[in-house]
Write a protein that binds this ligand. Structure first.
Ligand code: GDP
Ligand code: MG
Length: 436
């Protein structure tokens, strides 16, 4: 349950201007929905008190209730401190990744590496989780996937030595960033804390990130607090904050732990990481979508020059199958469909219904790639060449039926039409207008 649906219920309780009794009802409804969304009861109490006061100050009404809610949520989420990624003045910026086992440390290490690589940084990840047998292997695979370097040593049993050697390599070889993945435990234990303390003292990281699993609800808040007290943390990354996660945990952590949220993980894939921006989260919680987030994500993945060239082609009606393939691969770099849908105003409510549709590995995309693969270079460049005999030949080549092929060709036609429309209406803005 996201907060979104029940906020509407709460707002609808307010019937008339200056109707104090209906405001009380709205507040009661809001309280229920905040608690249901996993907002801690202390945080909830503070929030609704502030919202009630603020609504009265603004003059009771649906608009002022929404405005007060937005302001107060935003206040809570705006914890003092750094936002996003902050580079040290003396590279390599060294980050210690901490958290419980299964919280998403290793995945998030890869996501951050990917995020930084897309921004042209030279990144080294270090495999200092020697607790779990497969942990080093997992980080190796992730590093290969996002194409960053990794430091590991299969013969070393001491995470402190791994961390130190990685730091030495990163310094000598002029890396911009070093991300150190560490071991977790199922629950807080002294041995783990001591190990982390020792690694921290050895490499003096610029920042310690705590990866909190948002699915663990109130436990995430409690554990983050303990990590803060024992080893000191500079930022929280909230993992598994996908479309259908109860959103409240972000509010509780910000309110109770007093450490800024830096990034959120919104899916299992490497691109599924976003800078934590309070107002965007508020919009998302309140169902207003997150068009800025989508724009930022798109701009990091999409090559500006290429995009301009494609737009030109589209306008001239020269969009071909090669461009189509390019567009598809860009789309798959954006991550899961669910996370993209969640950011589009008006569609955000749909994200929980959408199964995690995998753009890269869906049958549809595979078929399209197979079809285009069986075309001659000339056919790819000139879609209008397509005719029945060519289709028959291609069908044999890619193993698809003619019906399937016709369907894909139709999709291609629609995509070029849609693209033409979008480019004439001004890209993202055009899309927003179409949806509204
Ligand atoms: P670690 O033990 O802390 O290193 O955790 P891992 O990085 O191995 O992640 C544990 C599981 O959580 C894996 O199956 C990940 O794919 C999954 N995971 C991590 N981050 C996210 C996220 O943001 N969303 C979703 N849906 N799954 C995630
Ligand atoms: Mg791990």
């Amino acid at each position: 349950d996201s907060i979104t649906g029940s906020i509407k219920n709460a707002v609808n309780k307010i019937r008339h201007k200056d109707d104090v009794a209906s405001l009380k009802k709205a507040i009661t409804e809001l309280k229920k929905s905040l608690l249901k969304a996993d907002v801690h009861h202390k945080t909830t109490k503070d929030l609704i008190t502030a919202i009630e006061l603020e609504t009265k100050r603004l003059g009771i009404g649906q608009d002022s209730f929404l405005k007060a809610l937005r302001n107060e949520l935003s206040n809570v989420l705006t914890t003092q401190g750094n936002q996003g990624f902050v580079f040290s003045s003396t590279p390599p910026t060294t980050i210690l990744m901490t958290g419980l086992q299964g919280s998403g440390k290793t995945t998030t290490t890869g996501k951050l590496a990917n995020y930084l690589k897309l921004r042209k940084k030279k990144v080294l990840v270090a495999a200092a989780d020697l607790q779990r047998l497969a942990a080093v292997e997992q980080l190796k695979q992730i590093a290969a996937q996002v194409e960053v370097d990794i430091y590991y040593d299969d013969n070393e049993k001491d995470p402190i030595k791994i961390a130190l050697a990685a730091k030495e390599k990163a310094t000598k070889e002029l890396y911009d960033v070093l991300l150190i993945d560490t071991a977790g435990r199922l629950a807080i234990d002294e041995e783990l804390m001591l190990q982390l303390e020792n690694v921290r003292n050895a490499v003096s990281p610029d920042e310690i990130f705590y990866v909190a699993d948002s699915l663990t609800g109130h436990d995430a808040t409690k554990t983050a607090t303990t990590f803060k007290e024992k080893i000191g943390i500079d930022g929280v990354i909230l993992s598994k904050y996908d479309g259908d996660t109860k959103g409240g945990v972000a509010i509780s952590i910000a309110h109770q732990v007093g450490v800024p949220l830096r990034f959120i993980g919104i899916g299992e894939k490497m691109p599924d990481l976003e800078v934590f921006i309070p107002d965007r989260i508020v919009s998302r919680l309140m169902g207003a979508g997150d068009i800025e987030g989508l724009a930022e994500k798109t701009s990091a993945v999409i090559d500006e020059k290429k995009a301009k060239a494609v737009t030109k082609k589209i306008k001239k009606g020269e969009f071909n199958f090669n461009d189509f393939l390019d567009q598809l691969s860009m789309m798959s770099k954006l991550g899961s469909m669910k996370s993209i849908i969640g950011m589009i105003p008006g569609l955000s409510g749909m994200s929980s219904q959408l199964k995690d549709m995998d753009l890269e590995n869906s049958d549809e995309i595979k078929n399209i790639k197979a079809l285009i693969g069986s075309m001659t270079p000339k056919e790819r460049e000139t879609p209008s060449l397509m005719n029945t005999s060519r289709k028959k030949r291609i069908a044999k080549g890619c193993g698809l039926s003619e019906v399937q092929i016709n369907k894909i060709l139709k999709q291609f036609k629609n995509a070029s039409k849609m693209a033409k429309k979008l480019s004439s209406k001004g890209g993202m803005k055009g899309m927003q207008n179409m949806l509204n």
